[in-house]
Every structure is written in C-alpha cells, then in structure tokens.
Design a binder for this molecule. Structure first.
Ligand SMILES: Nc1ncnc2c1ncn2[C@@H]1O[C@H](COP(=O)(O)OP(=O)(O)OP(=O)(O)O)[C@@H](O)[C@H]1O
Ligand SMILES: [Mg+2]
Length: 370
C-alpha cells in the first residue's frame, strides 16, 4: 500500500517539507514545477510552484503557500514556495568531515567545479558517488588515466569490421559526451561528471577539457567537428593525488587548477574509521579493529615514513581477520596480517629496519605494543 502523507501531516499554509520538483508535464498549467511527494511519502494532492530558485531534480525544502480546492474531477493542489536546499545527508557508510561537507555543498550549489585532493584511499572516489546520490544527480564516472589526446575525453577512435569484411574507423562517444548530449536535450536530468585520477592523464590532453570548466562552457566535439555547449545541469568534480610520493602523476598547472574550487581531504579520524570498519565487518572483534586503526594512524602520522597508508589497507586486514582461515588461528593473527597488508605496501622488508617496510613495522610494534 503506498504510504500517504495525508494522515501524518497537517497541510496548511506555513507547513515545511522536503520534495523534488520536475518540470510540470501539464503544459496548459500556469505552474512551471510539479512534485508528488512530501518528505518521501506520496502527497494527497499535486505540489506546484513557480519559484525560480527551484532546480528540477534536486531535493529542496519548501513551505506551503496555499492549498487550492479541487475543481471537478481533480484532486486539488498544494502551492509552495522555496525555502532552502537541505544539508547534504550522506548515509552512514561514509565519513565526511563536517566542515568539508559544508564547503562542498556551498561550492556545488554555487555551480563551482570541485577538485578533491587527498592521499590514496581517503574516500575521494567513494565520496563523488555519494555526492551524486545526495543531490539526486546521475553519476558519470570517467577515469582520466588512459587519456592521451584532448579528444579522448569525449570520444575514442575504434576500428570495426563491416558486413562486407572491410575495416572502418569510427568515433565512439565516451560516457561524458553521452551525458553532455542528454543534459542538453533533457534539462530535468542532472549530471555529476566525475573526472577521476585527473592528474594521471597527459598534461597537454587536459588542456582540451579546460573550456568546459570555465565560463566558456564549451567543448570540441570530434564526432561532428562542432563545439558542444555544456548545459547548466552538468556539474564537474575531479580527484587528484597531490605530492612527491605520487610518481605516476602529471603536474596540473595553475591555470588548470584555478578552474576548480579545491577541497582537501584526509583519512577519517580514528573513531570514525573504527565505526566504518566495525559496521562493514561485524564478525571481527572490535578490539582487533581498534588495534588495526591505531596502527594505521601511527604509520600515517610518522614523519619519517613518506608514503601514506590507505583505508584500503585497514579494510584488507579486517577482511582477512574475518576469513575462516584466520578465525581459528594458532595465536594472534594480527602481527602476520599487519606485516602483509601494511608493511607489504612499502619498499623493503618488515624485518629490515633500514627500509621503509621495516620502519613501518617498528611504528606498528610501538603503537600497539606487539
Ligand atoms: N571517508 C571514508 N568513508 C568511508 N569509506 C572510506 C572513506 N575513505 C576511504 N574509504 C574506503 O576506502 C576505499 C578506498 O576509497 P576511495 O577509492 O574512494 O579512495 P580514493 O581517495 O579515491 O583513493 P585513490 O587516490 O587511490 O583513488 C573505499 O572502498 C572506501 O570504502
Ligand atoms: Mg580514487
């Protein structure tokens, strides 16, 4: 049975609720926007508004202005005005620093391109998907690492056989081009295009996408040689690893960087990482998870170790701790697993104190008193 908002709320002028509007399909109506739900439940009447601050497809908070009585054979309508865009609500599966979350929301609402910058495995890629979810946007993931030419962002040249056995070369559009095309044709749909590993593509190639990220908002379309306009219902978010430890990256020059609002990310605080890992690995003893996170943070904080330790590493140890092979282990399996999953990510050997791996092992031993 559909959940009906009629019984639980008193619909009168001034009442506030959250909903998502779309363009009103009734073209004869004098209202531009229409919604059908009140706080996630089906509304007893259609919700209408002309407030220009409403963005189709985006969750917003509205206030009832008036209730219009039903005309014959109609259900009446609720006319509302825009109040605000609600705070980002990420689910419990992710930790986002509250200040970062506020900054992110403000940047995206202001139509800025956002650059997530942080060490490996601190949640940049994961967060990008969650942002799209939180904003009710369609998520377009694009890995920039294989980009060699400027046109690779929008299409790739591929060879294929024809029915006569000949070989022809065709342009195959990327997900970015498909999204830009859909965004233009369907203004009610909203797209978040995530440019992952943005500083791992060839530096020159990156210039090709620059006009999409500034006020020009155009890109050269290799399919037909025209330029394609970037519609307002497209947001760009990119991610980079910045720092001397990342050798596979290319320099993002200041003009390229300047087209983004930068957002620095870090690993979740101890308490949050323990919460995330405990929720994901309920069978693993919590004390063991606490020791894993304590050891990881000691390694991350150690100044003499120049490389960070990803949350993938802490997750890996928890996965192994929960595996039957380690549940019935003779003694404590943690030292073995930390040597493999933590020290194994660094150069050298755990038992060579002169190497990075050895330094990591000593840090772990001191942190959790092995
Ligand atoms: N803040 C976080 N909240 C929840 N999970 C996280 C967080 N940070 C990292 N993770 C977990 O760690 C894993 C790696 O995260 P993710 O791939 O997003 O890292 P990244 O920052 O994009 O790393 P890279 O720079 O290597 O691409 C994910 O599977 C995710 O579950
Ligand atoms: Mg990533």
């Amino acid at each position: 049975m559909p959940r009906d908002a009629k019984k639980s709320v008193s619909l009168e002028a001034g009442f506030e609720f959250e909903t998502v509007f779309y363009s009103n399909p009734k073209k004869e109506s004098s209202y531009r926007f229409r919604a059908t739900h009140i706080d996630g439940k089906r509304a007893p009447k259609v919700i209408l508004s002309n407030d220009s601050r409403i963005q189709p497809g985006q969750l917003c908070r509205v206030r009832v202005h008036s209730i219009q009585k039903p005309a014959a054979a109609e259900r009446g309508s609720i006319v509302v005005e825009f109040v605000s865009i609600p705070k980002f609500r990420f689910d419990d599966s992710i930790y986002v620093d509250p200040v970062v979350s506020r900054q992110l929301q403000a940047m995206l609402e202001s139509g800025l391109n956002v650059l997530l910058d942080g060490p490996q495995g601190c949640g940049k890629t994961f967060l990008s998907r969650k942002i799209a979810e939180a904003l009710g946007m369609e998520y377009v993931f694009f890995n920039c690492s294989p980009v060699f030419e400027a046109t690779d962002f929008l299409a790739s040249l591929q060879m294929r056989g024809t029915s006569t056995g000949a070989v022809e070369t065709v342009w195959v559009p990327t997900d970015i081009l498909r999204a830009l095309d859909s965004a233009k044709r369907e203004p009610d749909r909203r797209f978040l295009i995530f440019l992952d590993e943005f500083n791992r593509c060839r530096e020159m190639a990156r210039n090709g996408i620059m006009p999409a990220l500034d006020t020009t908002r155009k890109l050269y379309n290799p399919l037909d040689g025209t330029s394609i306009d970037i519609a307002d219902n497209v947001l760009w978010v990119a991610a980079i690893n910045n720092g001397a430890q990342f050798t596979g990256t290319t320099n993002v020059d200041p003009a390229q960087l300047d087209r983004f609002a930068p957002l620095k990310m870090e690993y979740p605080p101890d308490k949050e990482e323990i919460r995330l890992l405990s929720a994901r690995h309920p069978d693993v003893n919590r004390t063991q998870i606490e020791r894993v996170v304590t050891a990881a943070n000691a390694v991350r904080r150690a100044k003499e170790i120049g490389v960070d330790l990803s949350m993938r590493a802490t997750e890996e140890v928890c996965i192994l701790l929960g595996h039957p092979n380690f549940e019935e282990f003779d003694g404590d399996p943690l030292p073995h697993l930390l040597r493999a999953s933590f020290c194994g990510r660094f150069a050298g050997r755990w038992n060579d104190p002169a190497s990075d791996a050895g330094l990591v092992w000593q840090t772990i031993v001191a942190a959790i008193r092995l």
